[in-house]
Design a binder for this molecule. Structure first.
Ligand SMILES: Cc1ncc(COP(=O)(O)O)c(C=O)c1O
Length: 370
């Protein structure tokens, strides 16, 4: 038994604050992604930065994913330690220590990572020569995110030639991920923005191909751009992450033929009412250490009159504008995270629930910052 949790325990009796994963909804989301990408005839490599759990990654692989994406070397190490052998790191990695870890991992997995600078390629080239290990390398192109990545156009051909001329770096292709467009509310607007991003990536690919260099992988895309990415054929691998859990607001964006995203909110925060200072306010034991706020506050479930505000590190407040708080001390409240990736990262474990009961506990074994 883990502290505060026993299999078969009713949800209302679980110690809080705690992160719940609804197993049926999670399974359904994973299945739906497989169906959508199958119908679209495109492979996908889900991003594990969302859940940081090798257990969930294995469910995604069992459903048909071709491999996984990781954002950090420690995520990749955790995936590899649990038997996952096809890993793409979507962030640039620099520094001798981390490059040594990358190569150690590359010795036992099919590993790739992205680059966007000749100095980084030179470091990877030197380090891979020293140990004699091959490493897959993709060039990241900035298709609108304004973060890492070379500018679209001719520079990619120069970097691709540098990779190809190195002994152990294997040029695999291009990555173009545009996170800022993922939650564009209207589908037509989102599709237009996806088209513009994909055009930039395609033009860059043409520059590389003109130099006689082959591109195997064109990777990118997220949960929001999914249907436009499939329709527009600009990528040959998708890397959606959020669909497994679905953030509260992300779910409300328009979908082709539907008012909102078909993926369910499978992640929630369970909290307990610990104080009732007045008729219009309940205090719960979930504050800044239980829910991230980079995308706004979490959303209370089944309490349409309540608004959540942070009340401190360990405290959250549910405000009832009508002055009729229906809650009692000890009541349990569930909240939908506004951003699942950053909320999940606050916890050590998921309590997996099914049919109103605790079913299992899964650790976030890929959690960590390096
Ligand atoms: C490089 C990269 N690819 C894919 C994703 C997944 O996108 P989403 O969570 O919108 O599905 C992310 C998310 O931040 C990302 O940074």
């Amino acid at each position: 038994m883990t502290s505060g949790f026993e299999p078969g325990q009713p949800i209302e009796e679980i110690d809080t604050p705690v992160l719940l994963v609804d197993l049926d909804k999670l399974t359904q989301n994973i299945k739906l992604m497989e169906q959508i990408t199958n119908a679209g005839n495109i492979p996908y490599r889900p991003h594990t930065k969302t859940h940081k759990s090798s257990r969930i990654a294995k469910m995604q692989l069992a459903a048909g994913a071709r491999g996984v994406c990781c954002a950090t070397i420690s995520e990749a190490e955790a995936m590899a330690a649990n038997g996952i052998t096809d890993i793409h790191i979507t962030s640039e990695i620099a520094g001798a220590g981390k490059i040594a870890r990358i190569l150690k991992l590359a010795a036992k997995t099919r590993l790739s990572l992205v680059v966007d600078h000749p100095d980084l390629i030179a470091s990877l080239d030197r380090a891979s020569r020293e140990v004699g290990i091959d490493l897959g390398v993709l060039i990241e192109v900035d298709v609108g995110q304004g973060r890492c990545g070379i500018q679209p156009g001719a520079d990619a051909a120069r970097l691709a030639a540098q990779i190809t001329n190195s002994l152990h770096l294997k040029f695999r292709g291009l990555q173009g991920y545009h996170g800022k467009l993922q939650m564009t509310p209207g589908f037509a607007d989102r599709e237009l923005r996806v088209r513009q991003a994909l055009d930039l990536l395609q033009r860059t690919a043409e520059n590389v191909r003109r130099e006689g260099l082959a591109i195997d992988v064109m990777t990118g895309g997220g949960s929001g751009s999914l249907m436009a990415d499939i329709k527009l054929h600009g990528l040959n691998e998708l890397q959606p992450g959020s669909y497994v859990f679905m953030d509260s607001e992300y779910r409300s964006i328009e979908w082709p033929g539907a008012a909102h995203v078909p993926f369910e909110n499978s992640l929630s925060i369970l909290a307990t009412v610990i104080s009732l200072p007045s008729n219009d306010r309940a205090i719960i034991d979930a504050g800044l250490k239980a829910a991230s706020m980079d995308h706004g506050p979490p959303v209370p479930c089944n309490l349409p009159a309540a608004t959540f505000t942070f009340g401190g590190d360990e405290h959250g407040q549910l405000l009832f504008a009508d002055g009729r708080c229906p809650l009692k001390i000890g009541d349990k409240v569930t909240l939908l995270p506004s951003h699942c990736d950053t909320t999940a990262n606050l916890y050590d474990k998921y309590i997996v629930v099914r049919g109103g009961e605790a079913h299992d506990v899964w650790r976030l074994d890929a959690r960590g910052h390096d």
